[in-house]
Write a protein that binds this ligand. Structure first.
Ligand code: HEC
Length: 153
C-alpha cells in the first residue's frame, strides 16, 4: 500500500516538473506564432499590392490571399490571459485584455478586409484587389497604436 503512495507522489512531482517549463515554452511559442502570422500577412499584402498595380492577378495571388486569411483568422486565439508584456517577452500590451472587445473588433476589421482581398484575388479583379489591400493595410495602426508596445529587450 505504501509503495503505491510513493509511486503516486513521484508521478505527481514528475508531472509538475514537466508541466512548468512546458508552460513557459508554450507562451514563447505563442508569441513566435503571433509574430510569424503578422509578418506573413504583412508580406502577403505587399506582394498582392504589387500584383494589383501590375494589373496581373494570378492563382498564386489567390493562394497567398487564402493563406493569409486562414492564418489571421486564428490570430486573437493566440492571446490567452497571461501573455502580455508585463509577464513575458512580447509587444502585446496589457491593454489588450482590458479592452478585449475593441481588440477583437480591430482584428475583425482585418479579417473582413482579407476576405475581400481573397474574393478579388480569386476573381482576378486587380482593381478590387488593390482597393481591398489598401483597406487591409489601413487597419494596422488602429490596433498597433493602442495595443502594441515597444520591442522587448
Ligand atoms: C488586432 C490587432 C492587430 C492588427 C489589426 C494588426 N496587428 Fe500587427 N501586431 C499586433 C500585436 C498585438 C503585435 C505584437 C504581438 C506580440 O509581440 O506578441 C503585432 C506585431 C506586428 C509585427 C511584428 C511582428 C514580429 O514579431 O516581428 C508586424 C510586422 C505587424 N504586427 C504587422 C502588421 C500589419 C502589416 C498589419 C496590417 C495589415 C497588422 N500588423 C495588423 C496587433 C495587430
Amino acid at each position: 500500500m505504501k509503495l503505491w503512495s510513493y509511486i503516486f507522489s513521484f508521478i505527481a512531482v514528475a508531472a509538475l516538473a514537466l508541466a512548468v517549463p512546458a508552460l513557459a515554452q508554450d507562451k514563447g511559442a505563442l508569441v513566435k506564432e503571433r509574430g510569424s502570422i503578422m509578418k506573413s500577412v504583412s508580406g502577403t499584402l505587399k506582394a498582392l499590392d504589387k500584383s494589383a498595380k501590375s494589373g496581373k492577378v494570378g492563382v498564386n495571388d489567390a493562394a497567398r490571399a487564402s493563406k493569409a486569411l486562414a492564418s489571421y483568422k486564428k490570430y486573437t486565439s493566440l492571446f490567452p490571459a497571461g501573455t502580455d508584456s508585463s509577464m513575458i517577452k512580447t509587444r502585446a500590451k496589457p491593454e489588450i485584455w482590458k479592452d478585449w472587445s475593441k481588440f477583437e473588433a480591430q482584428a475583425g476589421k482585418l479579417v473582413t478586409a482579407l476576405t475581400d482581398v481573397e474574393k478579388a484575388a480569386k476573381t482576378g479583379d486587380a482593381a478590387a484587389m488593390g482597393a481591398a489591400v489598401k483597406t487591409a493595410q489601413g487597419t494596422c495602426g488602429g490596433c498597433h497604436k493602442p495595443f502594441r508596445g515597444p520591442k522587448p529587450k
